[in-house]
Design a protein around this ligand. Structure first.
Ligand code: BES
Ligand code: MN
Ligand code: ZN
Length: 529
């Protein structure tokens, strides 16, 4: 754990192993750079030129300082154009410095004072998140792994009660992200559904929420055919974790449901994946890890409405007892599903969870799931897909993701693809008849279980894990969606404004609309778009 503090002293007067100072585009010196410049005898700009350092975002350069300076070393960190410094830029810069500083104990940095357009508390929160997320490492199974030695970060040039609160909130949120990352990085052999549920209980003990763990027998009573069906092939039986957060303040209104896919290992089942396809499938519980992590923050952050998390946990394995292609499952809401591919298992367990949330009469729901490879093909490894049945709610969630710097992009749920899910023997089939548009048919499948409750689906199959350290993301499980879901929980309001259903967009026009006879108007405003 890093301890964060603030000071209004000048950068040259703060004692720390390392002084991290921002440089804007074209080597424009940021706050505190004068201290480094003075220590180098006014030679900083020449030195930057010599080193080919331009001030691009993420660029770092380490400079040893003369013995008389308080800090032994300076790290210069690029922020890009001064006018474009955002929370995302600061978060990434903080993470970059944290990586550079992993062998030192203390850092002083003026980063939080570098953004003219941001409030000091917002800037300090972003820098704090960057340091905390950038110093994460998963070393559980490394005999000689070296954890980051960074213990103390002083934010120079900001201060006050609001800044302190922002730093504290950022730490609560990044602790939650770190828990999600630890769970995601844990090998599947050590995280059966029961073990995953037990870890969730440990995380949430003392966090002001109520945790219920359903066993297989209890799920049978609740007729959760999706979770039971996918889980039946594994010797480790499924679990279903439900977490309820009740705000203490009176007048709180509305309930937000968060649903997460918790496949502790996805072998594909009898529709077996390839060996390489399985390599990353211990991460197939990233959605469940994210929503459970979010639940650990709500009390401390003072969230003012009910939030309920639903996390179905299963291991998808082939065995003599596994579901077969062609089998029919009856889901919690009575819908029957013909399972034509046992590797499309996430939607089967989410179906029960969404139906349960809908019958709990929640006001809005969001699911997060590593659901389809097709979404990774469409949007790549850094951007999640957003779908939903309620345009305003979809936009709320997408906008929240933008505010916290977790890239997401809205995808459609086209009416004309619904027929791809029609089954000859059951109400639905679990894969589309066309192999194309797999992220969308998966989304359309889920929609059949939400009972018209405003719902958003986040397909995080790409960004749930990272192939290498990158900005605030660490190699391996990223904890993606935790920060977006926390932001949504903090800003949630009921009722969600009415809007046209996202899925029921205007039909494609067959012929141009006949223009109504209208009075002549100013052409600049009246031109068709
Ligand atoms: N867990 C996978 C999706 C996935 C793939 C996540 C790659 C991360 C990286 C999911 O259960 C799955 O297997 N989906 C299938 C669906 C198909 C059978 C319709 C897929 O995407 O191939
Ligand atoms: Mn699968
Ligand atoms: Zn899966």
């Amino acid at each position: 754990m890093i301890a964060f503090s603030t000071t209004n002293q000048s950068a040259a007067r703060v004692r720390a192993d390392l002084l991290a100072v921002p440089i804007f585009a074209d080597r424009e010196l940021g706050p505190g750079a004068d201290a480094v410049d003075a220590a180098l005898g006014d030679g900083l700009v020449a030195f930057l030129k010599e080193a080919g350092f331009n001030g691009k975002p993420g660029e770092t350069l380490t400079v040893p300082l003369p013995a008389r300076s308080l800090a032994k070393t300076a790290v210069l960190v690029g922020l890009g154009p001064r006018a474009e410094v955002s929370t995302t830029v600061l978060r990434r810069a903080g993470a970059a410095v944290a990586r550079r500083a992993s062998k030192t104990t203390s850092v002083a940095t003026t980063l939080a004072a570098a953004a003219d357009g941001l409030d000091p508390d917002v800037a300090a929160g972003a820098v704090t998140e960057g340091f905390a997320l950038g110093s994460y490492r998963f070393l559980e199974y490394k005999s000689e792994g070296e954890p980051s030695r960074l213990r103390r970060v002083v934010l120079v040039g900001v201060g006050g009660a609001k800044v302190d609160a922002a730093i504290k909130n950022a730490q609560v949120i990044t602790d939650a992200v770190a828990w999600a990352r630890d769970m995601i990085n844990e090998p599947s052999g050590a995280k059966s559904p029961a073990q995953f549920a037990a870890a969730a209980r440990r995380l949430l003990a003392g966090k002001g929420v109520k945790v219920t763990v359903l066993t297989e027998a209890q799920m049978r009573t609740l007729k959760m055919g999706g979770v039971l069906g996918v889980g039946q092939g594994s010797t480790s039986p499924p679990r279903f974790v439900k977490v309820v957060y009740e705000p203490t303040r009176a007048k709180a209104r509305g309930t937000l449901a968060l649903i997460g896919k918790g496949v502790t290992f996805d072998s594909g089942g009898l529709s077996l994946k390839t060996a390489s396809g399985m390599e990353t499938m211990k991460t197939d519980m990233s959605g469940a890890a994210a929503v459970l992590a979010v639940m650990s923050t709500l009390r401390t952050l003072g969230v003012r409405h009910r939030v309920v998390a639903y996390a179905p946990m299963v291991e998808n394995m082939p065995s003599g007892n596994a579901i077969r292609p062609g089998d029919v499952l009856k889901m919690r809401n009575g819908t029957t599903v013909e399972v034509l591919n046992t590797d499309a298992e996430g939607r089967l367990i989410l179906a029960d969870a969404l139906a349960l949330a809908a019958s709990d009469k929640v006001d809005a729901m969001i699911d997060a799931a590593t659901l389809t490879g097709a979404c990774v093909v469409a949007l790549g490894e850094k951007v999640a897909g957003v779908m939903g049945n309620h345009a305003a709610w979809v936009e709320d969630v997408r906008a929240a993701s933008e505010r916290v710097g977790e890239p997401m992009w809205t995808l459609p749920l086209p009416d004309e693809y619904r027929k791809l899910l029609e089954s000859e023997v059951a109400d639905l089939r679990n894969i589309g008849t066309s192999g194309m548009g797999g992220a969308l048919t998966a989304g359309l499948f889920l929609e059949a279980f939400v009972n018209d409750v405003p719902w958003v689906h986040l397909d995080i199959a790409g960004p749930a894990r990272a192939a290498s350290d990158d900005g605030e993301l660490a190699k391996g499980g990223t904890g993606f969606a935790v920060r977006t879901l926390v932001e949504v929980a903090r800003t949630f309001e009921v009722p969600i404004p009415k809007a046209k259903k996202a899925a029921k967009k205007k039909p494609l026009r067959k012929k141009p609309l006949k223009k109504k006879p209208v009075k002549k108007r100013a052409s600049a405003r009246g031109s068709a778009r």
